[in-house]
Write a protein that binds this ligand. Structure first.
Ligand code: ZN
Length: 474
C-alpha cells in the first residue's frame, strides 16, 4: 500500500515535471511594475494591512505568488538606477544609462516587449498611475535619449498602436490653446489624431465616469489621460471628497475588457508609479497606500488567472528601491503601524500646500489630516522650526531633497513614530524581490538581473527582441 502511494506520487511528480518542460506559451500576460517597490515597501504595506484588519496572518496577494525571484537593478552608468534605465532593462532586455528611454547609450533603438507583442498580432495595454509619458510606461511604447522629452514621448505613444493607454498626463497630448491646459510646443493635437485612428478618447478627471462606464465593442482602442499630471496618490484619492479618479484596480478591470475585445492574446503592463514618488518624499503612509492599491490591482489579474489558468502569466517586479526605507531605527526593536493610521493625505501633493505663512492654520491641518492631533511639545517645536526655515526660503537638497522644510518635518515625524527610517530622497541599489504565477512562472525563479526578466519573457512568449552588440562596460 505504501509502495503504491509512493509510485503514484512519483508519477504525479513526473507528470508535473513534463508539464513544466512542455510549458505552453501564455496567451494573456500581465506585467506589473511597482516603481520603487523594494522588499521594505512590500513588507511594511503588509504589516499595515495586518494592523488594519486585526489579522496578523493576512498576506498581500503579491506576497503569495508561488514563484519568487530576486533581481539586480544597476544601469549602464551607475549602480543606482533611475526608472528610465530600469524600465528599459525590464522592457527591452538591454541595460542603458539613467535617463534614457528604450535606447542604448549611443542612441541605437532597442525594441520593447510590447512592440514585439504587436508584431505577433497581440493586443497590448498600458495602465499607470503616473503621467503616461513618465519613464516606466514610456519605455514600452517610445524611444528617446531623454526621459524629459515628454512631448516627443507622447507623440511616440500616440503612434504606437497600443490598444489601451490609461493614466495621467494629458498635458503632453492635448493641443495648445484648447479646452485643456497643454505643455506641447508644436501644433499637434495627439488626442484628435488618436480619435481619428479609431481610439475612444477620455481626457481629464471629469471623463473618469464615462471611461469607467465605457463598454468596448470588438477590437476597441482606448486612450484615457485622466489627469493633467500624475494620477492622485491612493491616500489622497480615497480621502478626497470629490475625487472621480479610478483606482489602479479599476484601470486594470477596464483594460481586461478592452484587450479581450480583440480576441487575441494580450500583453498588459500595469505600473504602480507613485510608490516611488511617496518614497522620494519619505512619505510612509503614501508608500503603504499606493502599494496596497497595486495589490488590489494584482488581485484583479489573479481573478482573471483563475478563469484562464492554462493561458495566463502574471509577473510582478519592482524597478528599484526608493528612499532606502529601513524597517527599524536606532536601538529600537519595534514597528508601530498605528502611528500612520490617522494620516489622510500625502506629503508631496497635499502637505506641499499646507503651510502658507499662517503657523496656527498649518499646525491645525497637520493635526487633522496628517494624524498628529496628539503632537508632543517637541514635535510641535520641530514643526514650528520647519515653518521658520521655510519663511527664510531655505533650500537644501541634503536636508530636504526637493521638498520644503514643513513637508520633510511632517514626513520624518510620522516615520519616527512608526520607527521606520530613510537613507535618501533618491533611489538605492539594493536587490528587488519579484513574483510570478501562471504559465511559465517557474522560469522567473532565482537570482537574476532585471534584463533577464525581459529576456525570459521574450523566450517564453516567442517574441523577438533586438539583437545588437553592446560593448562591455569597463
Ligand atoms: Zn524615482
Amino acid at each position: 500500500m505504501k509502495r503504491l502511494k509512493i509510485l503514484l506520487l512519483a508519477s504525479l511528480l513526473l507528470l508535473l515535471g513534463a508539464g513544466q518542460l512542455l510549458a505552453a506559451t501564455p496567451k494573456y500576460v500581465f506585467y506589473f511594475i511597482g516603481d520603487g517597490l523594494g522588499a521594505s515597501q512590500r513588507q511594511v504595506a503588509e504589516y499595515y494591512a495586518q494592523q488594519v484588519a486585526a489579522n496578523p496572518r493576512l498576506k498581500l496577494a503579491m506576497n503569495q505568488m508561488p514563484v519568487v525571484g530576486i533581481n539586480t537593478t544597476y544601469s549602464s552608468d551607475t549602480l543606482v538606477t533611475d526608472s528610465a534605465a530600469a524600465g528599459t532593462a525590464l522592457a527591452t532586455g538591454y541595460k542603458t544609462n539613467n535617463g534614457i528611454i528604450s535606447e542604448l547609450p549611443d542612441g541605437r533603438v532597442v525594441k520593447s516587449l510590447m512592440e514585439a507583442a504587436r508584431e505577433q498580432g497581440w493586443a497590448t495595454g498600458i495602465a499607470t498611475t503616473t503621467r503616461l509619458t513618465h519613464a516606466t510606461p514610456a519605455v514600452f511604447a517610445a524611444h528617446n535619449i531623454s526621459r524629459d522629452a515628454e512631448n516627443e514621448i507622447a507623440a511616440d505613444m500616440a503612434d504606437s498602436g497600443v490598444d489601451y493607454l490609461v493614466g495621467g498626463g494629458f498635458r503632453h497630448f492635448v493641443k495648445q490653446g484648447g479646452a485643456f491646459k497643454s505643455k506641447r510646443k508644436d501644433s499637434r493635437d495627439l488626442v484628435m489624431e488618436m480619435a481619428d485612428s479609431g481610439y475612444q478618447t477620455f481626457v481629464g478627471e471629469q471623463a473618469a465616469g464615462s471611461f469607467l462606464a465605457y463598454k468596448p465593442q470588438a477590437n476597441a482602442k482606448v486612450f484615457a489621460a485622466l489627469n493633467y499630471s500624475h494620477m492622485p496618490y491612493e491616500l489622497d484619492r480615497i480621502n478626497a471628497q470629490d475625487s472621480q479618479s479610478p483606482a489602479l484596480s479599476a484601470m486594470v478591470e477596464k483594460g481586461i475588457e478592452v484587450l479581450q475585445s480583440h480576441h487575441q492574446p494580450f500583453f498588459f503592463m500595469v505600473e504602480a508609479g507613485r510608490i516611488d514618488h511617496a518614497c522620494h518624499a519619505n512619505d510612509i503612509a503614501g508608500s503603504i497606500y499606493d502599494t496596497l492599491a497595486l495589490d488590489d490591482a494584482v488581485k484583479v489579474a489573479l481573478k482573471f488567472y483563475q478563469q484562464y489558468p492554462e493561458e495566463t502569466l502574471i509577473v510582478l517586479v519592482g524597478d528599484h528601491e526608493t528612499g532606502g526605507l529601513g524597517l527599524g531605527f536606532a536601538k529600537n526593536y519595534f514597528l508601530k503601524m498605528t502611528a500612520v493610521q490617522a494620516t489622510k493625505a500625502s506629503i508631496e501633493d497635499v502637505m506641499d500646500k499646507v503651510y502658507t505663512g499662517d503657523v496656527d492654520a498649518y499646525l491645525r491641518i497637520v493635526a487633522e489630516r496628517f494624524g498628529l492631533a496628539d503632537m508632543t511639545p517637541v514635535e510641535k517645536q520641530r514643526l514650528i522650526a520647519a515653518a521658520k526655515q521655510q519663511d527664510t526660503g531655505a533650500k537644501d537638497a541634503a536636508l530636504y531633497g526637493s521638498y520644503s522644510p514643513t513637508q520633510v518635518a511632517v514626513a520624518h515625524i510620522l516615520s519616527e513614530r512608526a520607527n521606520v527610517e530613510w537613507t535618501t530622497f533618491a533611489h538605492t541599489g539594493t536587490q528587488i524581490p519579484m513574483g510570478a504565477v501562471g504559465v511559465g512562472a517557474m522560469q522567473f525563479m532565482g537570482f537574476k538581473d532585471n534584463t533577464e526578466i525581459a529576456r525570459t519573457l521574450a523566450d517564453l512568449l516567442h517574441f523577438q527582441l533586438s539583437d545588437v552588440q553592446v560593448a562591455m562596460a569597463q
